[in-house]
Design a binder for this molecule. Sequence first.
Ligand code: ATP
Length: 137
Amino acid sequence: TEQTLVLIKPDGVARGLVGEVLTRIERKGLKIKALELKNVSETLAGEHYAEHAERPFFGSLIEFITSGPVVAAVLEGPRAIAAFRQIAGGTDPVEKAVPGSIRGDFALETQYNLVHGSDSPESAKREIALWFPEHPA
Ligand code: ATP
């Protein structure tokens, strides 16, 4: 079994899609191990997206992710990392995410793509420690 860190970004919370996203997570069979509504500091946002620090969209991404509360969750299950990325859909909600995925069904723009999911076991470990410092490793 595996754990992954998932965020429902400020657009998802503001649009009232928290229940919809959690329903899809639960229907897939992933188990919710931790769940919290959080205000995101610039420090936390910068650490979370550190790998994108040099990208042209970094400033706008940080502004967006700190613009309102997010829902952070730790999910667990067999192949949880890939399983969540499958139900989320590709990063670009129109060109990459297929209909039936969260982004494919509910998002239009790459920045406002509703959810984040860790992309590897190393990222999951790092991100879970960042968002849930008290969570057992
Ligand atoms: P996430 O890390 O949020 O799960 P991802 O792994 O699908 O998304 P990344 O390439 O890691 O995508 O990009 C991180 C986030 O940065 C994206 O989810 C999106 O919100 C934003 N982003 C990525 N590319 C762009 C872009 N070209 N313009 C604006 N925002 C972008």
